[in-house]
Design a protein around this ligand. Structure first.
Ligand code: CUA
Length: 388
């Protein structure tokens, strides 16, 4: 028995040793992987650059301290190692005021040096941008999607621009987000533009985004809810499209126009009848009918946090739905097949709690299965595809 244990130990130890030797190699190779798209280390705007600058400085100083301390340790171990025949004790430094005071002063100076750019960065991040060019957007976090109301962008009839999940902003302009939550705590995080900011029910928090350059249309900047908020937290994504000034103005003009309501008794009208019976329980859409009348269909809902009124729709506004690249909070590529799959069985694509929906009490936790036939789904998707 004892012999068996000893043998087992002799067999496993070298294997463990080999395994431990592999760990640093794995860590080293991990550094070779290309950076992920959601990295705070490749900033695309001045505020994110501030944060990255503090990180670089701290990393540099921490590396210096690490090398210094480890170097001294290795040197002391080698210099004062036990030599055969030498029984004398090395000189003891315990209680040396030079070393103790020096250590404290060195640490204080180093921390003070780090604190200056850190505090300056914190103040910069919190600063409220001023000037005529600041773009104000109100953000409402929902389980599990983002609602954006461009309070500065209004149509002739007073409607504001409302969209979901895909944020469009102009380059080089401070975009001041005023945020709240319709349900639980979320966190708005687009790492290459700024740090995280909690989005809290009943309270208002702010965040400023400034982007250096326009993004290619098919490569928006990715972001993510960064506070665990339930089942579909991981699928509560954000896409930021950055435009030049003209491109942004064109996007706004287009979004402020109504989408088209099909003429009665046409092929698309069947889809509209289904949509207007079921989907408008949660989704708003602004449409122009054949007579030229513009109507916003669906529920109008607001919540108030810290005396500010926020849009708090039950589901994303679907006007110009097909001008977006994604749906399901930036999670799925938007195309007819994907959308049909979603309408047929939403929870097969994204985990939600639609069975807990309670519209009367303002509670919506996901897109329900509406029980439509495949013919009805096709008609609805055909209609939605015209809302570009
Ligand atoms: Cu919202 Cu996590």
């Amino acid at each position: 028995m004892g012999e068996a244990i000893v043998r087992a130990r002799y067999q496993t130890t070298p294997r463990l040793g080999r395994l431990l030797r592999v760990v640093p190699v794995i860590l080293l190779l991990a550094a070779c992987s290309g950076s992920g798209p959601q990295t705070a280390l490749e900033p695309e705007g001045p505020i994110a650059r501030d944060i990255d600058g503090v990180w670089d400085l701290v990393l540099m100083l921490a590396t210096f301290v690490f090398v210094l301390v480890m170097g001294l340790l290795v040197w002391a171990m080698w210099r004062y190692r036990e030599r055969p025949g030498d029984e004398t004790e090395p000189k003891q430094l315990h209680g040396s005021s030079v070393i103790e005071v020096g250590g404290v002063v060195f640490s204080v100076v180093l921390l003070a040096f780090i604190s200056v750019p850190t505090v300056r960065g914190l103040l910069d991040i919190r600063a409220v941008p001023e000037g005529d060019d600041v773009l104000h957007i109100q953000v409402t976090g929902h389980q599990w999607w983002w609602e954006f109301e461009y309070v500065d962008e209004t149509a002739a009839d007073g409607r504001t621009l409302i969209t979901a999940n895909e944020l469009h902003i102009p380059e080089d302009v401070p975009v001041y987000l005023t945020m709240t939550s319709a349900d639980v705590i979320h966190s708005f995080w687009v790492p290459v533009l700024n740090g995280k900011r909690d989005v809290v029910p009943g309270r208002v928090t702010n965040l400023t985004l400034i982007a250096d350059n326009p993004t290619p249309p098919d490569e928006p900047i990715p972001g993510q809810c960064a506070e665990f908020c339930g089942l579909a937290h991981a699928d509560m994504r954000i896409k930021v499209h950055v435009h030049d000034a003209a491109g942004y103005a064109a996007w706004v003009d287009e979004q402020l126009l109504p989408s088209e309501q099909p003429a009665p008794e046409t092929a698309l009208d069947a889809g509209w009848q289904t949509f207007n019976t079921l989907c408008t329980a949660c989704h708003q859409v602004t449409l122009e009918d054949v007579e030229g009348e513009v109507t916003t269909h669906g529920p109008e809902r607001y919540i108030t946090s810290d005396d500010i009124e926020f849009r708090s729709s039950f589901g994303p506004n679907l006007t110009h739905l097909f001008s977006r690249d994604t749906f399901g909070s930036g999670t799925f590529t938007l195309d007819a097949d994907h959308l049909a799959e979603w309408i047929d069985n939403p929870e097969s694509l994204k985990p939600m709690w639609a069975d807990r929906n309670d519209l009367a009490n303002g509670r919506v936790l996901g897109m329900p299965d509406l029980g439509l036939s495949s013919a009805q789904i096709e008609e609805v998707v055909d209609l939605l595809e015209t809302w570009r």
